[in-house]
Ligand binder design. Structure first.
Ligand SMILES: Cc1cc2nc3c(=O)[nH]c(=O)nc-3n(C[C@H](O)[C@H](O)[C@H](O)COP(=O)(O)OP(=O)(O)OC[C@H]3O[C@@H](n4cnc5c(N)ncnc54)[C@H](O)[C@@H]3O)c2cc1C
Length: 412
């Protein structure tokens, strides 16, 4: 039935709609707008918003930020302390201080501002509830009753992504992370200044971290999803041992991290996924900001191309996006998956390699600084030796804090 004569014509579709204004979405929106696309960025929360995250920017993340981004860095880590279940602590100096410690609320707001400056229209406080593609146009519905249409969509709506479900993203690894932002007194702040802690934990594949940010420390633990009580117990013990259990935390939250299966889709029709929505996260370190920034950049470029494309060209551009992501970030994730398998089986071997084999620490240091990759480390003679050793060493008895404490006492 034709519309009544008085009804206004439907507004022209946007070239690109981006869902989610984290590092992936804000980057995709900026890059699409810079490419000349009429771009709409939809964010569920009101910006600036809190995000459960250590806020540690490694070299690859810093290199992927837009030049001149105004961002306050609260500390820069020049030393790493590694520990194995509370014992065998060793502190190593980085060749140059690299890991920048920031607040995600500030980083993501600055990236969103950069997208707006590039010409993207930003609607925060607007959650996408569903989407559908028909005849070369994607229709997007929101919780505010808006209906938007676009020639291309980027889903960057994080680890509980709706767009990810639409695209059919599948995960090989899902972890739960628990984190607290703890205000600290001057003495405690001095103890942590310029130093991050990574402690391999009692649950398979788990670790705890402390990231200093001046008068606040961000501390947390991560392990495979499925045993929240054990993880909570580990977190309580971890905070207690590091003198961070006393003060009332400013935030005390949990969040899932997801790692994609290597064959998981990155697009469906004119809809692409990036960052956590695509489950692009390092299996071992659970580092995800560099993945979000890099995939967001590629997705913004691809979405701008798809917006102008015929069906056939759009499909080719989406395939190209998937190949680009897989070629760089997929290769990194396959290497980090092999490291994670080794680490889950034998955290002691990984700890010893990092803390007692100087060449191994130099390579990790180079990776942190952005001069090397996980794939580079794991295919090096050192990495291959560690993998071969890990295969030969039988799985030990399940570790307990008591056994580790005893092992640590006997190694002193
Ligand atoms: C405890 C913890 C610590 C971490 N520490 C680090 C670290 O130190 N360094 C590091 O590199 N990585 C870290 N990570 C991983 C990192 O936080 C993520 O990989 C990163 O945030 C991914 O960015 P993103 O843009 O893909 O998603 P997000 O940052 O999650 O952004 C998604 C955005 O989408 C919005 N959104 C969600 N649903 C909708 C919807 N329906 N409609 C509209 N908007 C929506 C959300 O509000 C959010 O703003 C950590 C993760 C956790 C859980």
């Amino acid at each position: 039935m034709p519309p009544p004569a008085s009804s206004a014509p439907a507004p022209a579709p946007w070239d690109v709609i981006v869902v989610g204004a984290g590092p992936a979405g804000a980057t995709a929106a900026r890059v699409a707008a810079e490419s000349g696309s009429r771009t709409l960025l939809l964010e569920r929360a009101v910006i600036p918003r809190y995000k459960t995250c250590g806020g540690g920017l490694i070299g690859a993340s810093l290199a992927a930020l837009p030049p001149g981004l105004p961002l306050k860095v609260y500390d820069t880590a020049g030393r790493f302390t590694f520990a194995l279940n509370g014992g065998r602590e060793r502190t190593l100096a980085c060749s140059s201080p690299t890991v920048a410690l920031v607040y995600r609320s500030e980083l993501d707001a600055a990236l969103t501002e950069a997208a707006a400056d590039a010409g993207a229209e930003v609607h925060d406080g607007t959650a996408v509830t569903s989407l559908e593609e028909r005849d070369g146009v994607v229709t997007v519905w929101t919780n505010r009753g808006d209906v938007f249409r676009a020639r291309s969509v980027v889903g960057a709506d994080g680890s509980a992504s709706r767009v990810s479900r639409y695209v059919g993203v599948e995960c090989a690894q899902v972890d739960l992370a628990l984190e607290a932002e703890v205000p600290v007194d001057e003495r405690t702040a001095d103890r942590w200044r310029g130093r991050v802690l990574m402690e391999w934990g009692p649950l398979p594949g788990s670790f705890g971290w402390v990231f200093p940010k001046g008068d606040v420390c961000t501390a947390g633990v991560v392990a495979a999803r499925g045993n929240p009580e054990a993880l909570r117990a580990y977190k309580d013990d971890f905070l207690e041992r590091h003198g961070l259990a006393g003060p009332r935390p400013l935030h005390d939250t949990g969040h899932l991290t997801r790692c994609r299966r290597p064959d998981s889709p990155l697009a469906r029709g004119r809809v692409l996924v990036a960052g956590d929505a695509a489950a692009l996260v390092d299996h071992w370190s659970r580092e995800g900001i560099s993945y979000a920034l890099r995939s967001g950049d590629l997705a913004g470029r691809a979405a701008a191309r798809i917006a102008d494309a015929s069906e056939v060209e759009a499909s080719a551009a989406a395939d190209r996006y998937a190949r680009q992501v897989d070629g760089v970030l997929g290769a990194e994730m396959r290497a980090s998956d092999s490291l994670m398998r080794l680490f889950s089986r034998n955290p002691g071997l990984v700890h010893t390699a990092l803390t007692r084999v100087p060449a191994m620490w130099r390579r990790l240091d180079a990776y942190v600084a952005g001069r090397d990759s996980v794939a580079g480390i794991m295919t090096s003679p050192l990495g291959r030796t560690a993998l071969a050793l890990g295969d030969r060493i039988p799985l030990g008895r399940p570790r307990t804090p008591q056994r580790e404490a005893a092992a640590s006492r006997s190694s002193r």
